[in-house]
Design a protein around this ligand. Structure first.
Ligand code: PMP
Length: 407
């Protein structure tokens, strides 16, 4: 049958079978970081046991194996997001390094007083603060496109703000707080018409859906490996080749040069020009295994199951009096932010932890979004395809129990 065998999936994730405070773990914090399948853990372990060496330096057998594994991860990631070429994939420590690389290497060199960078009210700080830092150096400004009460981007306003002084437009593919999926193709089309490059923050999209960077039509796409079943400290910046060719390097050091002389140094071609120093080799070996895992399950099955979970959890939460869901976009990934009348988000999260339920409370690195909704914090339940309907039931039961305690 076509039924999704979630128990078989769960058996691949060793951590999911542990208990917390004597209760079975209900892990609803995957937007923060995902759990890892055995195959990812084993790939990292095997790398250190059998293939460990530095990359691109040694001619010995281990050096060649490590280099092949690291560069193989780049190939795999390039195919996974349908990059036009492996050379368009810069391996980074995560989304934050990717957006900062674009800020300092692409935007800052061309930014002058009066220019601006366009972002949105629903962004993670990683897609706001780097732009503010480079704007402050050049007398430029950062503008933010508004959202509506449902947590959807007001696309007409975004397009209105795409004026000639905008040197870079930015948008998140999926909101880490609201789950909102933004119409990136449409935004990219409007940016192209005006010759404004578009950066998309894909951190919360890649774990849930098939991403095709060429079909999206953007210029830059940033992603982070630890939210997509991979190790922490991995990620990537995909960029169109023309941008990478034109960008000066950001970090200097080993591995990124062609020839170093005190009279002048020449640089390697992209992507290596942007990868100074020894990278997180084992991490990328793990990320390659994570991609294999996604491909073995398949996004058709993942999306169908996650949407079922999202709808079931939303329905169950709506039954609770005094519970307010923040973010009711028409198209969402399985992320639900909410507040419960008469209870502080952090108190609730602390008590839920005692019931074995892991959710996040706080501002989720999205202060402007909290300001828009007029709240200091929310609780956020974020799900993945390894979660179950029974866990949603346990979560709702725990929520009702801790609410009684707080009254
Ligand atoms: N953007 C979004 C939408 C995110 O959810 C996150 C992680 N919370 C980031 C950027 C930053 O990712 P990282 O910390 O892995 O660099």
């Amino acid at each position: 049958s076509a039924a999704f065998d979630v128990q078989r999936i769960r058996a691949d994730f060793p951590l999911l079978s542990r208990t917390v405070h004597g209760k079975p773990l209900v892990y609803f914090d995957s937007a923060n970081t995902s759990q890892k399948p055995e195959s990812v853990i084993a790939a990292v372990d095997t790398h250190y046991r059998e293939h460990n060496a530095n990359v691109s330096r040694a001619v010995h057998q281990l050096g060649e194996e490590a280099t092949a594994a690291y560069e193989g991860a780049r190939d795999k990631l390039a195919r996974f997001i349908h990059a036009g070429s492996r050379d368009e994939v810069v391996l980074t420590s995560g989304t934050t390094q990717a957006t900062n690389l674009v800020a300092y290497s692409h935007v800052l060199p061309q930014l002058k007083a009066g220019d601006s960078i366009l972002t949105t009210v629903m962004e993670h700080h990683a897609n706001i603060v780097p732009w503010q830092l480079v704007a402050a150096r050049s007398g430029a400004t950062v503008k933010a496109a508004p959202i509506d009460e449902r947590g959807e981007l007001i696309v007409e306003k975004y397009v209105e703000l795409l004026t000639p002084e905008v040197k870079l437009a930015c948008v998140t593919h999926v909101s880490n707080v609201l789950g909102t999926v933004n119409p990136v193709r449409e935004i990219a089309r409007e940016c192209r018409k005006r010759g404004i490059p578009l950066l998309v923050d894909g951190s919360q999209a890649v774990p849930h859906r098939r991403v095709d960077v060429q079909a999206l039509g953007c210029d830059f796409y940033a992603l982070t490996g630890h939210k997509m079943l991979g190790p922490t400290g991995t990620g990537a910046l995909w960029a169109k080749r023309e941008h990478l060719e034109a960008m000066p390097p950001f970090f200097g050091g080993g591995e990124m040069i062609r020839e170093v002389k005190f009279s002048g140094t020449t640089f390697a071609a992209p992507p290596h020009k942007f990868e100074a120093g020894t990278p997180n080799i084992a991490g990328f070996v793990g990320l390659a295994a994570a991609i294999d895992y996604y491909e073995s399950v398949g996004f058709t099955a993942i999306e169908a199951w996650e949407q079922q979970l999202l709808h079931y959890a939303t329905e169950r939460l709506r039954e609770i009096p005094g519970l307010r869901i923040i973010g009711e976009a028409a198209e969402k990934e399985p992320v639900i932010s909410f507040l419960l009348e008469g209870a502080q988000a952090t108190d609730l999260a602390t008590l839920l932890d005692l019931e074995g339920v892991a959710v996040r409370s706080g501002h989720h690195c999205a202060h402007p979004l909290m300001q828009f909704f007029g709240v200091p914090a929310t609780l956020r339940a974020s799900l993945a395809f390894y979660n179950t309907r029974e866990e949603i039931d346990s979560f709702v039961a725990a929520l009702l129990k801790v609410r009684r305690l707080l009254r």
